[in-house]
Design a protein around this ligand. Structure first.
Ligand code: ADP
Ligand code: MG
Length: 301
């Protein structure tokens, strides 16, 4: 097969591992910078050009689209979908996952466990909103933050009010969430490939920090999930529509709650902590599922 990896940087661990796993399985693979892909979107025969050449003959595309280029990256992926190239994750599902509010609304509709979460637009409604999510301590999150940036713990009602006011003053979209204190600064990263959890790790925040992101100095170790945690991760992936994703779960008093579904989860942390060849599992998924014009949405919707 001929596989494209949409990634801004061929030297990144995740990109290198996917290239290696594809080659080991005997496939041709090319890393393409999505920001260097360009196209005539009105052409009767959809095509993509890259550094002066037309891209042809690809069977599958692995999108590794960073949060900062979601808009252009998903447009490029949509073009691949229109060309009938099998996407490991569809553009529509990636867009869904990037918006935390939209994701939580979809998950809630399907009965997936979530921390109590609210949102409001007007500063006039802050007090009511705080009552609605049962008061401080609270977590305030930017809707499109990543790597723990834009996630703030407000320990008192006064702190919550000021943080929310400040974000609103900056015209940032936020959500306000129950602080799951009993998780003790730990969360579970469940790596889902093709409807199965193939690897999992427990991430622990460093001393004095509640965010367990590895980018925030958290540490990771292999863990065993309960059947309920496993089922929750699989269901969350299905609801968002991602074949490959990292589902982040907190162990709360009322069972597993999903905080985030990540459409381009990093491979380094999870492969190191779990010892699983996650890149190989992604390539195996492509081998089983890639057929021309097999995308569900073909970029629509
Ligand atoms: P990001 O997209 O920036 O990673 P997350 O929503 O995943 O944002 O939050 C970052 C980290 O903060 C999580 O991994 C978790 O450790 C912690 N965290 C997030 N939400 C809560 C919450 N409601 N209660 C307790 N800890 C939380
Ligand atoms: Mg996260």
């Amino acid at each position: 097969m001929k596989i494209a990896i949409l990634s801004r940087d061929a030297k990144l661990y995740s990109t290198r591992r996917l290239v290696q796993a594809a080659r080991d399985a005997g496939h041709a693979v090319q890393v393409l910078d999505p920001l260097r892909c360009y196209m005539n979107i009105t052409s009767a025969k959809p095509a993509i050009h890259y550094k002066g050449r037309e891209l042809t003959g690809f069977d599958a595309v692995i999108p590794r689209i960073g949060a900062s280029i979601t808009f252009y990256g998903t447009a490029v992926l949509r073009q691949f979908e229109m060309m009938g190239v099998f996407p490991v994750n569809e553009s529509v599902a990636i867009s869904r996952a990037r918006d935390k509010l939209r994701s939580l609304q979809l998950l809630s509709r399907e009965g997936v466990g979530l921390p109590v979460t609210g949102f409001a637009h007007s500063p006039d409604d802050i007090n009511d909103l705080l009552r609605e999510v049962q008061g401080a301590p609270l977590v305030v999150k930017l809707l499109e933050g990543t790597q723990g940036m834009g996630v703030v713990l407000a320990e008192t009602r006064k702190a919550a009010e000021s943080v929310i006011q400040a974000f609103m003053g900056l015209r940032q979209n936020i959500l306000v969430q129950e602080f799951v204190q009993e998780a003790g600064g730990s969360d579970l990263r469940c790596f889902v490939v093709g409807g199965k959890v193939v690897a999992a790790m427990q991430r622990r925040a460093r001393e004095g920090e509640f965010r367990s992101n590895l980018h925030r100095g958290g540490s990771a170790e292999k863990t065993r999930l309960t059947p309920q945690e496993r089922a929750t991760a699989v269901k969350a992936a299905r609801v968002i529509g991602l074949n490959v994703c990292g589902v982040d779960i907190l162990r709360s008093r009322h069972g597993p709650v999903v905080i985030e579904v990540n459409a381009s989860p990093g491979l380094e942390g999870i492969e190191t902590a779990s010892g699983v060849d996650v890149a190989g599992r992604i390539i195996a998924f492509i081998e089983q599922h890639a057929r021309p014009h097999r995308t569900r949405t073909r970029g629509k919707g």
